[in-house]
Design a protein around this ligand. Structure first.
Ligand SMILES: [Zn+2]
Ligand SMILES: [Zn+2]
Length: 96
């Protein structure tokens, strides 16, 4: 018999355990400790769009609204943003 299976909920960080109601298949795909957490996660993803990073060309989830600087998010990470700015020999606070 396999031992106790547990996972860490990526939303709240709590450890949760497999219950007899969790079939192997559903347990495999289960990510969150409770419905509230998975709902919360889905809400995070709302207002996000898949974009291509202008620096590394990777797909990433970008905020679908203007940032505080009045620009759309154009890079997957701050690192990429900085790298792109460096490439253009510009200051870190790049304007679009
Ligand atoms: Zn949770
Ligand atoms: Zn990137």
């Amino acid at each position: 018999m396999d031992g106790v299976e547990s996972k860490i909920c990526p939303e709240c960080g709590k450890e949760f355990f497999r219950t007899p109601e969790d079939k192997i298949q559903s347990w495999k795909v289960r990510k969150y400790c409770c419905k509230e957490c998975s709902d919360k996660h889905n809400r995070h993803l709302k207002g996000r769009v898949l974009r291509i990073c202008e620096n590394c060309g990777k797909e990433y989830m970008a905020r679908d609204f203007l940032t505080s600087t009045g620009c759309y998010q154009r890079f997957c990470t701050v690192e990429c943003q900085h790298e792109a700015a460096r490439k253009r020999k510009q200051a870190f606070q790049e304007r679009c």
